[in-house]
Design a protein around this ligand. Structure first.
Ligand code: FE
Ligand code: FE
Length: 183
C-alpha cells in the first residue's frame, strides 16, 4: 500500500491504538491492586472490562479492512504506563497513592481521547461510517472514564491533603458547603 494515502495513516493509527489498548489491559489490574479506595478500585476494574471491549472493536475494524492489527508498538502508552509504574513504586500511602494513580490514569485517558478523536475523523472522511461509529463508542467511554476519575479525585484529594479522621472529614465536608462568612 502506498505510504502517501490517508488510508495507510489510518491503519497505522489503528495499530498504534491496538497496541495501546493491549498494554492497558495488562496495566489496569496492577493499578486496581494499588488503589486503596474501593470506588477507585471498582472504577479501574470496570474500565478494564471496557478496555477489553475497545480491543474487540478494533479487531472488528481490522477484520473489515482485512488487515492485521499487529505490527506497531504504542510508545506513548508505554511511557505513560512506565510513569504510572514509577509512581506505584514510591512510598505514597492511602489517599496520596490514590491521587497519584488518578493522575496517571487521566494522562492515559487524555491520550486515548486524542487518538480516538483523530481515528474517528479519518474513518469518517475515508467513508467508513461503521468504523467511525465503533471508534466513537470507545471515544465516549474514554471521556466518561476521564470524567469519573475527576469526580473520584474530588473526594480523594481532600483525604490526601493530610490524614484525618472520618469524623473530622465529614465536618470539613459540611464546612465546605456553608457559605463563607464575611468578617
Ligand atoms: Fe480504551
Ligand atoms: Fe481508556
Amino acid at each position: 500500500m502506498s505510504k502517501n494515502t490517508l488510508k495507510t495513516l489510518y491503519v497505522d493509527e489503528l495499530k498504534d491504538l491496538y497496541s495501546a489498548e493491549n498494554q492497558l489491559v495488562r496495566a489496569l489490574p496492577k493499578m486496581a491492586r494499588a488503589a486503596s479506595s474501593d470506588k477507585l478500585r471498582d472504577g479501574f476494574e470496570k474500565h478494564l472490562e471496557q478496555t477489553k471491549m475497545h480491543v474487540e472493536r478494533l479487531e472488528q475494524i481490522f477484520r473489515s479492512l482485512d488487515e492485521s492489527p499487529k505490527g506497531k508498538k504504542c510508545m506513548a502508552m508505554e511511557g505513560l504506563i512506565k510513569e504510572g509504574a514509577e509512581v506505584m513504586e514510591e512510598d505514597f500511602e492511602g489517599a496520596v497513592m490514590d491521587a497519584a494513580l488518578i493522575g496517571a490514569a487521566q494522562r492515559v485517558e487524555h491520550y486515548e481521547i486524542a487518538a480516538y478523536g483523530t481515528a474517528r475523523e479519518f474513518a469518517a472522511i475515508l467513508d467508513e461510517p461503521q468504523h467511525a461509529s465503533l471508534l466513537e463508542e470507545t471515544l465516549d467511554e474514554e471521556k466518561e472514564t476521564d470524567e469519573k476519575l475527576t469526580e473520584v479525585s474530588k473526594e480523594i484529594n481532600v483525604r490526601a491533603v493530610e490524614p484525618i479522621s472520618g469524623e473530622e472529614r465529614s465536618k470539613r465536608g459540611q464546612l465546605r458547603k456553608m457559605p463563607r462568612r464575611v468578617a
